[in-house]
Design a protein around this ligand. Structure first.
Ligand code: NAD
Length: 248
């Protein structure tokens, strides 16, 4: 059995050789920033009803949904900061060792860490959108004391600009993510169960197109036995910091 140190050395060599490397990140990369995942023992869905993020329910009950949406995304998540894992991916990008990040996360932390090529597969909670006129607002400009927040143009209720259950993937993010997967020589999966589709098809597409799949996660996932070539078992910050020592 190979140990973590051997696997890290092998990974660093593979990354140095790769001409196109992408990362695919899930809720796990932000756990060490204090944002819990949706699933699992401490997952948000043990505490909240998923219905508040169902598009049909939201459209009929915006005031009720906004009480929970504000609590989860604008009170609780608001002060989360990028951690060493987000920062290491940004450093890899600026050093030409990483070409793109496809993230399922909606927390904006990759951008805050300095990553530039980020495809947000599920949107971003830091923006709000009017479903009638399409006007986009920065969450920092919204008065969350008065919910539901409304559009200044037409008085319509604003919706966070991440996808709710029942909504499609933003077309540009979808196209860019799969285009990256098609040309990736290496795909690093960080902190994703692989249970959410169609997002989980992104690393699967990379694998089918010939990429080496590196997985960083303290647990085994659906990906591990199906597509992973090297499982770096551990927390995102610890593993990426160790990898960084071999890369820089
Ligand atoms: P998930 O919640 O299904 O799974 C999280 C994964 O992270 C698990 O495999 C877990 O073992 C792993 N993990 C936990 N701690 C970790 C750590 N310190 N380092 C590395 N990995 C760790 O997440 P998912 O598969 O990404 O799917 C949930 C969906 O919910 C996503 O699509 C995402 O959009 C959304 N979500 C986003 C946020 C966010 O924006 N931060 C938070 C919760 C959920």
């Amino acid at each position: 059995m190979t140990n973590l140190a051997d696997s890290l050395t092998k990974t660093a060599d593979i990354l140095k050789q790769s001409k196109f490397t992408m990362a695919f990140t899930g809720a796990g990369i932000s756990v060490e920033s204090g944002i819990p995942p949706f699933r699992g023992e401490h997952g948000l869905w043990n505490k909240y009803n998923q219905q508040v993020l169902d598009l049909g329910y939201f459209l009929n009950n915006p005031a009720h949904c906004w009480i929970y949406i504000r609590g989860i995304f604008y009170d609780f998540f608001a002060d989360a900061k990028p951690n060493d894992a987000h920062r290491m991916l940004a450093k890899m990008e600026s050093s030409k060792l990483l070409n793109a990040v496809v993230t399922q996360n909606i927390d904006n932390l990759h951008y805050q860490a300095g990553s530039e090529t980020v495809y947000e597969f599920h949107g971003n909670s830091k923006k709000l959108k009017c479903l009638k006129c399409g006007h986009v607002y920065d969450a920092r400009d919204i008065d969350f004391e008065n919910i539901p927040p409304k559009c200044i143009n037409d008085g319509e209720v604003l919706k966070p600009d991440f996808i709710f259950f029942g909504e499609g993937i933003p077309p540009d993010a979808y196209a860019d993510s799969f285009a990256a997967a098609e040309k990736a020589e290496v795909c690093i999966i960080v902190g994703s169960t692989g249970e959410v589709t169609p997002a989980s098809y992104v690393p699967r597409t990379a694998k089918q197109a010939g990429a080496t799949i590196i997985e960083i996660n303290p647990e085994k996932t659906i990906f591990t036995s199906a597509i992973t070539d090297i499982h770096l078992k551990g927390k995102a910050t610890e593993v990426l910091n160790q990898l960084g020592e071999l890369l820089f």
